[in-house]
Design a protein around this ligand. Structure first.
Ligand code: ADP
Ligand code: MG
Length: 348
């Protein structure tokens, strides 16, 4: 992480008896893009609005660039917030929309003009000055909303589910655009999403929230491959979570339960013979006729690049993803198949 830039210190926010933000502490570095993800109602928007000054926290501090900003209203915090519905003024042109926040700053007309053109060029919307929002596509409206923040040169850009109204292709493009802007301007960005794939692809670090509490803070690979609990394992990506025991058998270590048994490399000898919980991602299981683990395909979901098989192993359902490379090796409901488990499952 770069130098600490935005510190949230033991933040709490209540609505009646709902604790929307429950003792959140995190340090975010300058130029970092951090996502908040979690299910609907977990407190993402509340936390973002609290940082932006649209809610006042009930306890805790927010320190931005060395300054405690708790007492400052949104427009004096040096944070720029892009709302989910963009909140553009429909009757104003693109130029006027972007100019709006600048009016309270004492800048000459030519300085304003220069800043507006710069912001529009940063979001690649030159020559759209005179359009009204209704004459723009969803992606272009999104860019105007971002330009309206950038023109104020914020220290932190706060984005609340900014891509959720865009179609799938455009969402991909805008992810790259936001990364590019962040890199070019060394912007610190907080990005709220409920879409785990989006969070994995755009973030430097991810904060997984549930019921106002941080479940895990880590980079995308840590979150995906080393989730700290079943909530994170299931919220980010799909997972097989198996309970069983580990047991020595000669030089080997086995993981066993009623449904299956396979060899693992496990260095945690203190935990032997105890109940253990492991997580295996569906794409790490290989379909192999010769494997001792045999099951029946109970359902097949075709996703294009990946085919997902639901495999019944003595009553335990296992998800297996097969990359769609060789159509002669596709399976169907009712087929009997063998599964090769990875030797290095993640222990929960
Ligand atoms: P998310 O953005 O993750 O979907 P929110 O931050 O909107 O979640 O909501 C977190 C919790 O706080 C929810 O239980 C929600 O009902 C509650 N909440 C949010 N805003 C308000 C409000 N203005 N008044 C009362 N309760 C609210
Ligand atoms: Mg929200």
């Amino acid at each position: 992480m770069a130098e600490e830039f935005l510190n949230l210190e033991h933040l709490f926010k209540y609505f009646g008896n709902v604790t929307a933000v429950d003792d959140i502490s995190v340090q975010i570095g300058k130029g970092e893009l951090v996502s908040f993800i979690g299910p609907s109602g977990c407190g993402k928007t509340t936390l973002l609005r609290t940082i932006g000054g649209f809610h006042r926290q009930d306890a805790g501090d927010i320190v931005l660039d060395g300054q405690n900003v708790d007492h400052l209203p949104p427009e004096r915090r040096s944070t720029g917030m892009v709302f989910q519905n963009y909140a553009l003024f429909p009757h104003m042109t693109v130029y006027r929309n972007v100019e709006y926040g600048l009016k309270i700053q004492k800048l000459s007309k030519s300085e304003r003009e220069e800043r507006i053109q710069q912001a529009l060029s940063q979001v690649q919307l030159e020559n759209y000055d005179n359009r009204k929002p209704s004459e723009l596509s969803g992606g272009q409206q999104q860019r105007v909303a971002i330009a309206r923040c950038l023109v104020l040169q914020p220290k932190v850009l706060l984005l609340d589910e900014p891509l959720s109204n865009l179609d799938a292709k455009l969402r991909m493009t805008m992810r790259e655009e936001i990364r590019r802007l962040k890199d070019e301007l060394n912007l610190t960005v907080i990005f709220v999403t409920h879409d785990q794939e989006e969070a994995l692809s755009i973030s430097d670090r991810i904060i997984v929230l549930n019921e106002g509490v941080i479940q895990q803070l880590g980079n995308p690979d840590e979150i995906y491959n080393h989730p700290v609990n079943p909530f994170v394992a299931n919220f980010v990506g799909q997972s097989n979570i198996l309970e069983g025991i580990t047991e020595e058998e000669g030089p080997k270590t086995l993981f066993k339960n009623d449904a299956l048994e396979f060899e693992i490399t496990d260095n945690n000898s203190q935990q032997r013979d105890n109940k253990r919980k492991i997580m295996i991602r569906p794409e790490r299981i290989i379909i192999n006729e010769d494997s001792a683990i045999q099951g029946n395909v109970s359902k097949v979901v075709y996703n294009g690049n990946v085919i997902r098989y639901f495999v019944d192993l003595n009553g335990t359902e296992i998800l297996v993803d097969q990359f769609n490379i060789d159509s002669s090796r596709h399976y169907h409901k009712g087929d009997h198949i063998g599964l090769e488990m990875p030797k290095d499952p993640h222990f929960l």
